[in-house]
Design a protein around this ligand. Structure first.
Ligand code: PGA
Length: 253
């Protein structure tokens, strides 16, 4: 039985005042999320501040991106895995579609970052997903396979038991268009099946989150699917009540 895991991806949102309000709201209701694993992923510059505001010991923290190089060095503007760990991160989101599309991150670079995270003791949340055009032209499975295969080639299948996968159809991110529970389940089952071909016990263990316009009113239906093990939440993670409601939906499964 996999534990459900909900992570909030704050993206490039917030300031000290709004983070204080948000985290105070999370602290107040953190004990209502039952068995769900919960994490928040603030912008890098606010990680330390967020950690200081977080009082709930069942809410972990993650970065939103990370350098390939694991430790400090001459990499202006980058954040290392060691730095993320130093300020209290347990997770790091890697390969988000915004990083792929806007910043040109390649499957190969993302795979290297996953390796760095694992080697450094961080749990990567590896995002995969297709665009609408790819889905409509029948490339869904090949795109997802290619994104996964690059990482499998870099770290090996056995290491995937330490990786969280987030399936995020690009067309559903921030658009209000959620994949239907069945559409999402189909892709989650496909992802698990691809891993199972290489190692069935790893495939059984790996947490696969769904991301893309998850809200309090659709979370339960999504999370009740057999291969959906929680969510990566963007917009709704910026409101404490909405995020907690989504975590509660995960905790009730
Ligand atoms: P959304 O974002 O929930 O706002 O659609 C999800 C994500 O991009 O991680």
């Amino acid at each position: 039985m996999r534990q459900l895991f909900v992570a909030g991806n704050w993206k490039m949102h917030g300031d000290k005042a709004s983070i204080k309000t948000l985290v105070t709201g999370l602290n107040a209701k953190a004990d209502s999320v039952g068995n769900a694993l919960v994490a928040v992923c603030p912008p890098a510059i606010y990680l330390d501040y967020t950690k200081n505001c977080l009082m709930a010991d069942n809410i972990a923290m993650g970065g939103q991106n990370m350098a390939i190089e694991p430790v400090q060095g001459a990499h202006t503007g980058e954040t290392s895995a060691a730095m993320l760990k130093d300020v209290g991160c347990q997770y790091v989101i890697l390969g988000h579609s915004e990083r792929r599309a806007i910043y040109g991150e390649t499957d190969q670079e993302i795979a290297q970052k996953v390796k760095t995270a694992l080697d450094s003791g961080l749990t990567p949340i590896l995002c995969v997903g297709e665009t609408l055009e790819e889905r409509e032209s029948g490339q869904l499975e090949s795109v997802i396979s290619q994104q996964l295969d690059a990482v499998i080639a870099e770290v090996g299948i056995d290491q995937f038991s330490g990786v969280v996968i987030a399936y995020e159809p690009v067309w559903a991110i921030g658009t209000g268009k959620t994949a239907s529970a069945q559409q999402a389940q189909d892709v989650h089952a496909f992802i698990r099946g691809q891993l199972a071909k290489l190692n069935a016990s790893v495939a059984e263990k790996v947490i696969i989150q769904y991301g893309g316009s998850v809200k309090p009113n659709n979370a339960s239906e999504l999370f009740s699917q057999p291969d959906i093990d929680g969510g990566l939440i963007g917009g709704a993670s910026l409101n404490a009540d909405d995020f907690i409601a989504i975590c509660q939906a995960a905790g009730e499964q």
